[in-house]
Design a protein around this ligand. Structure first.
Ligand code: AMP
Length: 545
């Protein structure tokens, strides 16, 4: 008989949602675990217990109030990972200011956009990082109300907070509710203008809390965060997941560095490590990988883009992360919608993105008709629950396009749900390749090519083709010490194991893929470049004829 159940699932739990603000939640943790370590900034060697951390947060909060920051004001933070980032996150939450995460890779044009679009009142910024002269860019756009970290501005802010009457902070706290907007995150978006996903205390506190619940955090956990704090992976799944459980935040370095990450895990005896897939690939591929003692690790999270099965298996086997989880989500949903569970079998923990988070609903629909699809059929993943953002900041039309009247967030991701509610992400709607009428999900071919021993990383895209409409092209990063694969070799490898139309016609060996700071591959840019490369080939063929 045909399976009549449709691709819908609702995450159950004995654990209720938290009905409190981020500040209240932090204070509860401080009351329980005041003497335990809350934050370690490895790059500068600074560390805080929960009692010290809370005191430092309060100074920044009072300092911001002394500068006139009101409830609902937008306060930007523009810095690579550092302790001040975390302090500002909790300080703004305590005073009800809306934190605007500014991407550390932005240049002046993008900065000007988010400053204007969010109506930013004050910006806390690093002076410079790597090739980014933040101060010069801020000066260029003519924004005046800036506090520079590591300079007098920051010290003065803290000092004025220290001198303030703590009573005003309590008075402010009494005016806040957990449904207030508290954070604007401009979605990294691999295309188009950034939109400001506006999130409440309730959205992000609960999402972080349940991520922490599902990986089983306690006050004994120490979590290494090489992922950027400006992204929800760092500040929600990381910071809020950690502080809601009394665990410790370990920041290994300002920006991602595989060696510094591995060293921080070893030195700080971390029990958990986060990363987008490319970070884990870089760590596993580090020449001294075997020299690091990773025995303290127990768990961790891989998320942010498709997590290759082979990489997951190596993380379990070679990094001691036997309980590692995959999370799937997007900024607009706080972010996590589905997650693997500790007691899922290895296959499910490596081959799926798990099932609906507690208190969250997910369904897979036909993108055209909107009807819920039977199990096993690919369609657009939609998600609903406490985690869906309040909306895009001052963009009601864009909000209405993303969230329907029944409050479902339409993710733009293609997914398949099985009869037990486990979800597989098969691609983005935009990335699906249609070759000669066949729908091809690049993910499937990428997974297959990952099993080639010489391939370190691979991405498959569709490129325009006169005969078939689109043809497949694989971009391949070779493992160190191996020769570049030719398309004939790849064809041989696929022959008999992949349907003919799924075998990539073009192979392009590269050192790295174009990527956003959050580790998302820019397939749009790859397609543009591919067209240029293929045009050159055609021109050469014509010349040689
Ligand atoms: P962002 O809002 O920047 O976090 O990007 C969200 C997008 O990242 C999602 O819509 C997915 O396309 C992708 N993504 C996140 N996590 C996963 C995952 N575990 N597997 C596949 N894609 C993912």
């Amino acid at each position: 008989m045909r399976d009549l159940l449709l691709s819908y699932s609702s995450g159950t739990s004995d654990v209720p949602l938290l009905g409190e603000t981020i500040g209240e939640n932090l204070e509860r943790t401080v009351a329980r675990f005041g003497d335990r370590e809350a934050l370690v900034d490895v790059a500068t060697g600074r560390r805080w217990t929960y009692a010290e951390f809370d005191a430092a947060v309060n100074e920044v909060a009072l300092g911001l109030m002394a500068r006139g920051v009101a409830k609902g004001d937008r306060v930007g933070i523009w810095a690579p990972n550092c302790a001040e980032w975390v302090l500002v996150q909790y300080a703004t939450a305590k005073i009800g200011a809306i934190l605007v995460n500014v991407n550390p890779a932005y240049r002046s044009h993008e900065l000007a956009y988010v400053v204007r679009q969010s109506g930013m009142r004050l910006l806390v910024s690093a002076v410079a990082y790597r090739s980014s002269d933040y101060r010069a860019m801020i000066t260029e756009i003519g924004f005046a109300d800036v506090v520079y970290i590591g300079e007098r501005g920051w010290d003065d802010l803290v000092e004025s907070g220290r001198r303030s009457d703590p009573g005003v902070l309590r008075e402010r706290a009494a005016t806040l509710t957990f449904d207030d907007p508290i954070n604007i995150q401009y979605t990294s978006g691999t295309t188009g203008f950034p939109k400001g996903a506006t999130l409440s205390h309730h959205n992000i506190l609960n999402n972080g809390y349940f991520v922490g619940e599902l990986v089983g955090y306690t006050e004994a956990d120490r979590v290494c965060l090489p992922v950027p704090l400006y992204h929800c992976f760092g500040m929600v799944m990381g910071n809020l997941g950690i502080t809601s459980h009394g665990s410790c935040i370990v920041l290994p370095a300002p920006g991602f560095d595989p060696e510094l990450t591995l060293r921080a895990v070893e030195q700080e005896r971390c029990t958990s490590l986060y990363g987008v897939p490319t970070m884990f690939i870089a760590e596993l591929g580090h020449p001294n990988f075997a020299a690091f003692d990773l025995s303290s690790l127990r768990t961790g999270i891989m998320a942010g883009s498709p997590c290759p099965v082979e990489v997951m298996k190596r993380v379990v086997a070679e990094m001691n992360m036997s309980e590692v989880a995959i999370c799937y989500g997007m900024t607009e949903t706080s972010p996590v919608s589905t997650m693997t569970r500790r007691d899922d079998g290895l296959a499910r923990r490596t081959e799926t993105v798990g099932r609906a988070m507690p208190h969250i609903e997910v369904k897979v629909v036909d993108p055209v008709s909107g009807l819920t699809l039977p199990h096993g059929e690919p369609g657009e993943l939609c998600t609903r629950g406490y985690s869906v953002m309040l909306g895009y900041w001052e963009q009601p039309e864009a909000t209405a396009e993303a969230i329907d009247t029944a409050r479902w967030m339409h993710t733009g991701d293609l997914a398949i749900m099985d009869a037990e509610g486990y979800v597989n992400i098969v691609g983005r709607i935009k990335d699906m390749v249609i070759r000669g009428g066949e729908n091809i999900y690049p993910r499937e071919i990428e997974e297959f090519l990952y099993t080639h021993p010489d391939i370190a990383d691979v991405q498959v895209i569709g490129v325009p083709d006169e005969k078939y409409g689109e043809e497949l092209m694989a971009w391949i990063v070779m493992r160190p010490g191996t020769d570049p694969l030719t398309s004939a070799q790849v064809k041989d490898f696929c022959g008999g194991r992949l349907t003919h139309y799924k075998i990539p016609r073009y192979i392009h060996v590269v050192d790295a893929f174009p990527m956003t700071v959050t580790g998302k591959i820019r397939k749009v840019e790859m397609r543009e470049r591919a067209v240029e490369i293929l045009d050159l080939h055609d021109a050469a063929r014509v010349r040689n004829a």
